[in-house]
Design a protein around this ligand. Structure first.
Ligand SMILES: [Zn+2]
Length: 72
């Protein structure tokens, strides 16, 4: 985990929010870590409505998380 990620689940992305009816800043929320990548949700910073999602193809975290145990 790098410093920027540790600082907070915030990304300066602006998306259109159907509830606010305007483009609003979003917060990025990590939903799932899958073998194929990480799944994120983008949440409106004003009202909390999910405005989008994203899956990246970085499987590094998954395999670090379930690193196999070494026999003694
Ligand atoms: Zn909103």
């Amino acid at each position: 985990m790098n410093e920027r990620e540790a600082f907070g689940e915030f990304e300066a992305t602006t998306l259109f929010c159907p509830r606010c009816r305007r483009a609003t800043p979003t917060r990025r929320k990590l939903l799932l870590v899958l073998p194929t990548g990480r799944k994120y949700d983008y949440i409106c910073a004003d009202c909390g409505t999910p405005v989008g999602g994203k899956t990246d193809n970085d499987s590094g975290d998954f395999y670090r998380t379930i690193a196999p145990r070494r026999p003694p």
